[in-house]
Design a protein around this ligand. Sequence first.
Ligand SMILES: [Zn+2]
Length: 1229
Amino acid sequence: MNKVKTTSEKSLPNNSRIVALLTQLEKINSESLLVEADTARYVTSKILHLAQSQEKTRKEMTAKGSTGVEVILSTLENTRDLQTTLNILSILIELVSVGGGRRACILVSKGGTQTLLQLLLGASKDSPPNEELMVQLHSLLAKIGPKDKKFGVKARINGALNISLNLVKQNLQNHRLILPCLQVLRVYSTNSVNAVSLGKNGVVELMFKIIGPFSKKNTGLMKVALDTLAALLKSKTNARRAVDRGYVQVLLTIYVDWHRHDSRHRHMLIRKGILQCIKSVTNIKLGRKAFIDANGMKILYNTSQDCLAVRTLDPLVNTSSLIMRKCFPKNRLPLPTIKSAFHFQLPVIPTSGPVAQLYSLPPEVDDVVDESDDNDDIETETETETENENEDDKDQHFKNDDIETDIDKLKPKQELGRPIEELKIYEQFFPELAENFQEYDLVSKEPKPFASATNLGGPIVVPTAGDEHPAEANQSVKGIAVKDRSSLQMEEYNKRPCLLDLPKKDHNKDSLQLQNDQKKLLSSCQCLSQEIVKGLDRITLQNTSKNEQYYSTGCLIKKESKTSLTTPTCNKPCQHVSSCGSGLFEGPSVQLGKLCCTGVDPEEEEDSSSHSSGEQVLLEVPDMLPLHDPDLYIEIVKNTKSVPEYSEVAYPDYFGHIPPPFKEPILERPYGVQRTKIAQDIERLIHQNDIIDRVVYDLDNSSCSVPEEGDILKFNSKFESGNLRKVIQIRKNEYDLILNSDINSNHYHQWFYFEVSGMKTGIGYRFNIINCEKSNSQFNYGMQPLMYSVQEALNARPWWSRVGTDICYYKNHFSRSSIAAGGQKGKSYYTITFTVSFPHKDDVCYFAYHYPYTYSTLKMHLQKLESMHNPQQIYFREDVLCETLAGNSCPLVTITATPESNYYEHVCQFRNRPYVFLSARVHPGETNASWVMKGTLEYLMSSSPAAQSLRESYIFKIVPMLNPDGVINGNHRCSLSGEDLNRQWQNPNPDLHPTIYHAKGLLQYMATIKRLPLVYCDYHGHSRKKNVFMYGCSIKETMWHTNVSAASCDVIEDLGYRALPKILSQTAPAFCMSSCSFVVEKSKESTARVVVWREIGVQRSYTMESTLCGCDQGKYKGLQIGTRELEEMGAKFCVGLLRLKRLTSPLEHNLPSSLLDIENELIESSCKVTSPTTYVLDEDEPRFLEEVDYSAESNDEQDVELVDNAGDYEPSIQEDALSDSEATRIQLP
Ligand SMILES: [Zn+2]
């Protein structure tokens, strides 16, 4: 009960009339019943008059410090006089009618809800209750209810639910009375317990008495009834009741009726209200079935097609789309199993974890789909109070994450996992520590300029390539000469189109068949070549009948031949073919078939080479090393071991990539892409006859035949890092693509790399990759996939470029097996869709998730770097850290400066340089990490004075590819062991995770010899954020983050971990400090960063994440990221290390102080920690209007319908309605 308070309204003018009246009213209250009712009536009517006529009065009464509302409420409680009560209710209605809900909140905060509910209870005892009083009371409750989070509970406790319900039941024809009652019922119903309780009392049936077919009368009532019904039907019990009574059909009929008659779209809100009811009822499986049975898909599809033209009807289209997607029958992926199409027998089967689970599944189990959708109706609805109970569980995922809260667990603890004797094996990787350079000739003071090698254009001796190259072949091996980063010497490319067909060692294959195929290939090549040499612009790949024959016979699937088409061109006579082929591909140890591989014919070649070498002299760009060498690449590919035994080479990897000379802005998302794409998907169900449904590529079924129709695209990805599993033609120019799972795994699909040929121009081809798993993607935020056109490459534009329109990433109707979804049932896959128009007819094009960077490319780059470096200046070693499971070598690179002389002082300085340890590409799908690493390596090997200074400062130990097998086999996340290697650092298994085991061993060895690296950094790519940023490790920031304030105060922590990211944010344009985080999360406990920090004891241990998309700050703001920017990042990282050196106290590393120049700049002054970093969330993107639809999952009601609300005229009511029980479930941004 409100206590009577004295009015001390200092903030109000003394002469205020309202103040006087309120004082008078207060006096009446204190004198209670003794005063005549007339006085109270008179005073309240005066106040009402003022409140009605003057906004000033309303302001004064609800101003801060005013007790006006209290006085009024107090009067309401005390008075027994009906007229006074009505006056007061009118005053309150006046007050809350304006002011945007703030005044309603004041009323709630002063206990208004309780007072009004009590009044309602009292009034209901009259028989019949006073109509005017009920109207006023309900009107007021409808206004303040949404502002009171406990309104639903209070109403139930006060017994108000049935009072309102019965009023409606008994006065169905009295619209003036039932309108406010329905409004209040709507608010009650947002509480799930109330909804169930009201449902039991027949409220659902009651609503169906009010709503009905199109009528211009009582639309307000209809609207409120629909809103109430929609809220009620969110209760599963009510939804079931509605389904049982056939109301789904009724709702659809009503909807169609309004759709038909509301031709001027004046009743959009009513139409939307009907859809909201359908949307609620289809949350349950029975509802979806009833919807399908009532032909709901077709009805909503057709009606929304009608609405498309009218922008104001968007909410209808969007809601219809939500419903249709939810009801769309879940399909199974058209695969025999979701396990990878390739199998690799592991040396040891892990005893637990996902791989163990995979291996223990009985073979007959259907892992593609389970009864994922079947259990949503089984659970009975809890009728207990759930409000606010879970509010404290928001941070649920931190529970038991004791690494984040337990300071003793968090603190770095150097532990030697392995005995010193065992670590001795790593001594061999540190010859620099024993090297005395006595045999070196280091007297030369004038080392040759590093770049000179690029000018030679002559043969480059490649140590590990096939030993006996014919001289002729070698002569053609030249680096790619580049004028600047924008123009490429086209002749170089033109010379080297090549047929790369390395027939598989396939025992099933008939050798005669092979020969025949090759004969055909060769003859058609000749034919092609004649076309090619006519001129660059006229390169056509398939413009003779012979070519077509070639294409069809070359098609491996049809003829069960492994001779697949990977090349458009071959422009050399056959004798060249054979010599070249034998020279390049018939190495002593590698059995590869003949290849046609060469350039243009002799005269042409001379022309172009003289031309090109002339240009080359002029074209020297410092630090731009021609690391690409197609012939060397082929050599390396031969030694690369893949599980599918790839015998082909993708053109982009062969030709190489240079960054295009133009900017590639982040794509602006056009309005309505998602819903258009979804509508097209729904059409598959509506117009099933239009769907071709033809398998055109299938790894699981090698006998799959592709019809020889001219307008079917041909797909292929049987090359390094390729991972296409199946392609189905859906419509004439639309294809569904399915990616292969990581080997020994049944999921992780995101990375893609495949080839397309047989295209026409002037056609938009739609590609849908239908088995993606992440819930959101940068494809929704302006990222485009990459395409490489071979014709473009032949036309001197050998680059991957961002392409595609109508790009969108959304949840689709293919259900995910709980086996692959971590036990969660009812999950769906996601689709990436993009549409591409090809630049050339009959081109060969490649698509990739990001710029490919194969293992063979890395090997080639390393060999080129080694072959070109000047050993007098640069100390470079490439060792084999270990072999991978598939038998590929994992390179370990050492780079530092060769000592100036072999005098003791110089050698000593050489040996005492601090180490920097870098690694990359533990996640195969993060190819950007390799490009950053390439930038780092090139910078470290460059001749610039800064690079020399850097080499003189540090010894770099680099493992540029921690997961070669994953990269080679087109995995996205895992190694061949089917595990994420960056979760194995705590306890790597030497047999299953050799690269991690030995990389860790190296670091452990460095710890035992007291040569811990100054910096450890693991390069990664981030799929859901923009810019480049770092994760580091800080106890304090982790504690801050988890709010363990008491403990964190005592921790003294060196802020050195912030120095490098800070420097990078000042020097590297793509780098963004505010995205960095230094929190040690439980989930990252076994990553390289955390283990190297905590176990090995490296304070500056980082993960550097580069965006796959682009930047939203700095110089590259608004641009998609390219290899130029990524490589620059890698170089800037090195520059940052040089600056770090100046900041670093020499004492910290037990180095003679003379060896490091100390600057007065202290770390503390240059990078103060002002605020703790935020938790590393997976996403940092704002929601866009066209929200990715989460509600398509039946058991997931967390859809925030921004789309729906956007077109609603009553947004405040909508939001208000959420403030009851929904409030805990919905988090608006
Ligand atoms: Zn990663």
